[in-house]
Design a protein around this ligand. Structure first.
Ligand SMILES: C[S@@+](CC[C@H](N)C(=O)[O-])C[C@H]1O[C@@H](n2cnc3c(N)ncnc32)[C@H](O)[C@@H]1O
Length: 288
């Protein structure tokens, strides 16, 4: 089953704020720490608004696009902006490209990257977990090159979790947290609250994604720093969620150990972006 083909992307004030006011200072910090311009992989869309906004920090960029028309516009835009020589373009579904390492024309990404911006329509979990698997593959590829990177993900809050993936995830998370902390009663109560229908799905989805990123990162030798997710209304009122996560390569040992504990990750929760302000959500179950 394919997702319905979406209309061409149009930006909106929340998205503009995130690109400029939220992501950009983090990217600037990453660029300063790296001491060089960053190699970008992402879904910039035909207007390349992210590449244009962050251009001063970027070296070369690989743009993935699945719509032929948009890809054509992207080349035109790159030409007008005089950055065509830095643009490498891949054509097809990003999850397939990450999983198989090839696009529809057998072209490959130019590993490794410093900044990956996966900004797409549709959810994370949908279908056969192809997207979580694709993210895992991306992280493993970065490990092969021992390259730390910043991963930005923006997707739809509606996630097509038809098989109850998140519910089994929370059961397993509960067992892990009890094992780690021994606070059985508190943890199980929080897990029940996460699973309750009165809890917004955003609370479940943000914990699911941050824990997934941390687990995939640590097993591929990255110390992972997660941030609270940001929930906002995208173009046409679609609820979107935005994550910016640091992957610090740490080659010693079988598995990396992040500074944030699993409980801290769960308690990060999410914030809502409203009229240019980030507002803490009070609907999130927390573990004390
Ligand atoms: C949301 S727009 C990118 C916006 C841009 N990053 C910005 O900051 O303004 C996403 C672009 O990626 C394409 N796209 C969406 N889902 C995709 C997928 N699964 N695989 C490949 N391209 C996709 C869309 O056609 C669109 O041009």
């Amino acid at each position: 089953m394919n997702e319905p083909i979406e209309p061409a992307f149009k930006t909106n004030p929340n998205k503009d704020y995130l690109r400029r006011g939220y992501d950009k200072p983090i990217i600037r910090g990453w660029y300063s720490a790296a001491g060089r311009h960053l190699d970008y992989l992402g879904l910039p869309g035909p207007d390349m608004l992210d590449i244009v906004e962050w251009q001063e920090f970027l070296h070369r960029f690989t743009a993935i696009e699945r719509r032929e028309n948009e890809q054509h516009l992207l080349f035109l835009r790159a030409n007008v902006k005089d950055v065509e020589h830095r643009l490498h373009s891949l054509y097809g579904e990003f999850d397939k490209i990450l999983l198989t390492g090839r696009d529809r024309y057998d072209h490959t990404p130019r590993w490794p990257y410093d900044l990956v911006n996966l900004d797409y329509f549709g959810g994370l979990i949908y279908q056969d977990l192809a997207r979580p698997k694709a993210l895992n593959k991306l992280i493993q590829n970065q490990d092969e090159y021992k390259r730390s990177f910043l991963l930005i993900i923006t997707n739809d809050l509606r996630d097509g979790d038809f098989v109850g993936e998140k519910f089994s995830f929370f059961d397993e998370l509960g067992r892990r947290l009890v094992r780690d902390s021994g606070k059985e009663e508190t943890i199980l109560k929080a897990i029940d609250r996460f699973k309750a229908s009165s809890t917004p799905d955003a609370a479940r989805q943000t914990v699911y994604t941050n824990v997934l990123l941390r687990d995939c990162g640590e097993s591929a030798h990255f110390r992972v720093k997660c941030r609270p997710a940001i929930v906002y209304a995208g173009t046409g009122g679609t609820k979107m969620v935005h994550y910016v996560t640091e992957f610090h390569h740490s080659p010693r040992g079988y598995r990396a150990v992040s500074e944030q504990s699993l409980i801290q990750i769960v308690n990060l929760g999410y914030r809502e972006l409203r009229d240019g302000q980030l507002v803490e959500s009070d609907a999130i179950p927390r573990i004390n």
